[in-house]
Design a protein around this ligand. Structure first.
Ligand code: BGC
Length: 725
């Protein structure tokens, strides 16, 4: 198929149709979430000539239903003059969210704690296979947003606060999604999102203004997108918010100068949900919806996720005829769309018979989900004083309480069978709650649990029952945190753990029995008052369908936890510093005229996480003490498991630029890995750094390397080296 020749055949209406993406509402019957309305579908495909469709109305469809939908769409395509296949896009966010019976995985915030790219790759590959089996070739994932604002309701979708960790993990997902050939049935086109700065709204509210300096934009938020482009990501989705007063959907500088000319991105740029008309209705940089279309397309948008009507199509045709949008811009956008369809093989194979070819959620894919859930488990407190309390002796008597104890949605979070992930009825019956997993493991007679499935029900916060039951047990395990939520509806005006959960925890502590907290949550809830009082704390994040098993195995010692925080867990709500803050950010004058530092004071720092064994690092060895342009710094060390049980350790390698012409951060992550060691085992760990790793954004906004002293840090070891240019 020759794209140029096809483009020449297309009318303006057909071209603009290609740039239009509508949602499933426009092919489903009005009062139904799964009945096709063929008239509506024909209107979309034949009449309005849309190039793309996305989403489901409410919940996941079976493979068979997807096949029916895809076949119905293709039937309409065949009635059009040029028979250009429609590309379907979906949010398969931590697994194939909208394919009934698919395998789900832990959310990214937990995956980042594993420091294990291979788990990310395996989960993404399975997601690609199970998405493509539904005939869907385009996945709106992964998220390349750096999670710098824990209040933001999409924090769980990020790989945490570090730029390099986000770039590498999301980059790994892109490579696994896309494979070597987008036509293959085990690949999907990936979508780096949400370009740029989406994860840093000033207020913490989703899709609200960000003010981010040019320096921070380039230092923190841009590099992950560059990584995605370098890996050949096929598409990009744009940030719905504004940066420094300019909505990103209307920013020529961001969408063309930086994304195209600087990053050299060649793929397709799709808007986020309704974001063109919002340039008028919300952002108010356009006086009319039509003006909004002109601004966005001229800024560099290729496809509009309209998604509820055909106004975009109508306005864009008019704007081209009026000369406001040059036809060159339209041709450029349509070329990118047709190229994606061609690369995906949609012209030859518009339909995939997934249900005949693959089994979803097999023992093999579940094993990966379980391995990932285990690896996310992050132990941040174990015992008061020196004596650890975890793992429990094999069959303790346990009082299991709290809203997360008997609930499945909180284990999964956003994008789980439904957008919000909250509908317990949508979950497969086979998914275990923590209560189920625990009783199966240690027997009904050893577990008291009065928690109900409905997260918010009063029973889950019943202090009287808790006090009465505590007398009969050895241990209290309190499962707290947050129920599932996604995007805007997940906003919380406070990061504090909610009052009812705090009261329950305080009452549990007062019983005098040892209390272990299991925090099932998408963002870090502040629990400062509980930390010194409880015996142990396990962070479980959103561990997915096998999360309950992973939690129980960790508590009982069948699994040795190894998760390392991918963010600075806040102690106070007004103190949200990231680990890579500037030196002066630590300055404190708590007593007049007495200046100290130490102002980075999270509950637990980035990289923190305990194990049931101990590890020791040997001295750091460097191949050079002086580095010239183009030199490679080779770093090595030995790590030993000095305890008496096997364990995995995530290892972070940081660099500190001691002095620089733009204030340097105290340290930045440059490499990471994770290794499993048997008791007594020693392994050599090696990292290599290049010139880019020592660079920073200079005062003129350009990336530079300066001569001077640096330090490299791995584990507790630090070594100096010098850059001489
Ligand atoms: C989200 C995107 C998502 C899109 C399509 C938007 O609300 O911001 O991340 O891909 O919807 O469902």
């Amino acid at each position: 198929m020759n794209i140029k020749a096809l483009l020449q055949k297309l009318t303006l209406e057909e071209k603009v149709g290609q740039m239009t993406q509508v949602t499933s509402h426009l092919y489903l019957k009005d009062n139904s979430s799964d009945q096709l309305d063929i008239k509506k579908l024909a209107n979309a495909v034949v009449n309005k000539k849309v190039g793309s469709i996305l989403n489901v109305k409410t919940h996941a469809f079976s493979l068979e239903k997807w096949e029916e939908i895809m076949a119905a769409i293709q039937k309409q395509v065949l009635k059009t003059k040029n028979k250009i296949p429609v590309i379907y896009g979906i949010d398969s966010i931590h697994g194939a969210t909208y394919v009934k019976g698919a395998t789900l995985f832990p959310h990214n915030i937990g995956m980042a704690a594993t420091r294990d790219n291979s788990l990310v790759a395996k989960a993404a590959k399975i997601t690609a296979i199970e998405t493509r089996a539904a005939g869907i070739p385009w996945n709106f994932d992964p998220v390349f947003d750096v999670g710098r604002v824990p209040a933001w309701a999409r924090f769980e979708e990020t790989f945490g606060e570090d730029t390099y960790l986000c770039a590498q993990m999301a980059g790994t997902a892109v490579t696994a999604y896309q494979g070597k050939d987008l036509r293959a049935t085990d690949t999907v086109a990936a979508c780096m999102k949400h370009f740029l700065g989406y994860s840093s709204p000033d207020s913490g509210h989703d899709r609200t203004p960000s003010n981010i300096s040019e320096n921070q934009l380039r230092e923190i938020f841009l590099p992950p997108f560059q990584e995605a482009v370098n890996r050949g990501v096929a598409t990009v989705m744009i940030n719905s918010g504004e940066i420094n007063g300019v909505p990103v959907h209307g920013s020529y500088k961001l969408l063309t100068t930086i994304l195209r000319k600087e990053l050299k991105f060649k793929g397709l740029a799709v808007t986020d949900w309704e974001d063109i008309i919002r340039l008028h209705t919300r952002h108010r940089i356009a006086a009319t919806p039509k003006e909004a279309v002109g601004i966005a397309i001229n800024a560099g948008i290729d496809m509009s996720m309209v998604p509820f009507d055909y106004s975009f199509t109508k306005y864009l045709i008019e704007l081209v005829k009026e000369g406001v949008v040059p036809i060159k811009r339209i041709d450029e956008a349509v070329t990118r769309i047709l190229k994606l369809k061609k690369d995906l093989g949609l012209f030859e194979h518009p339909l995939v018979k997934g249900s005949e070819k693959i089994a979803l959620n097999t023992p093999e894919t579940q094993a990966i989900s379980l391995a990932a859930a285990r690896a996310t488990m992050t132990l941040v407190k174990n015992g008061k004083g020196k004596k650890p309390i975890l793992p429990f002796s094999k069959k303790p008597k346990i009082l299991l309480a709290g809203p997360a104890a008997n609930n499945v949605s909180c284990l999964h979070g956003s994008w789980s069978w439904t957008w919000q992930g909250k509908e317990v009825a949508q979950y497969p019956k086979t998914v275990k709650t923590i209560q189920k997993a625990l009783t199966e493991k240690i027997g009904k007679e050893n577990v008291i649990c009065f928690s109900k499935s409905k997260y918010d029900t009063a029973d889950n916060f019943n202090i009287k029952k808790l006090q009465a039951s505590a007398k009969k047990v050895d241990q209290i395990v309190l499962c707290l945190g947050e129920d599932a939520y996604a995007e805007g509806p997940g906003y919380s005006p406070t990061l504090l753990l909610d009052d009812r959960q705090m009261a329950l925890a305080m009452a549990a502590i007062k019983t005098g029995k040892p209390v272990t907290l299991v925090m099932v949550q998408g963002r870090p809830r502040i629990i400062r008052k509980l930390v010194p009082e409880v015996a142990a704390i396990l962070l479980a994040y959103r561990p997915g369908p096998l999360g309950a098993q992973a939690i129980v195995e960790t508590l009982l010692g069948d699994h040795n936890p190894s998760g390392k925080l991918a963010f600075s867990y806040p102690r106070y709500s007004n103190d949200l510093q990231t680990y890579d803050h500037k030196y002066s950010a630590e300055v404190q004058e708590l007593v007049p005229a007495v200046i100290t530092d130490g102002g980075y004071n999270p509950q637990w720092p980035f990289g923190f996480g305990l194990s049931y064994t101990n590890f020791e690092f040997g001295k750091l060895r460097l191949n050079k003490k002086h580095l010239k342009r183009g030199d490679i710094l080779k770093i090595s060390t030995m790590v030993k498991n000095t305890g008496n049980r096997a364990g995995t350790i995530g290892i972070d390698c940081f660099i500190r630029d001691c002095y620089a012409s733009v204030t340097p951060p105290v340290k930045r992550l440059k490499r990471y890995t994770s290794v499993m060691l048997a008791p007594g085992e020693v392994q050599k760990i090696s990292f290599e750094l290049n010139e880019m790793d020592l660079s920073f954004i200079g005062q003129d906004g350009k990336r530079i390397v300066e001569a001077g002293d640096f330090e490299v840090m791995v584990g507790s070891e630090v070594r100096k080296f010098r850059v001489v240019i």
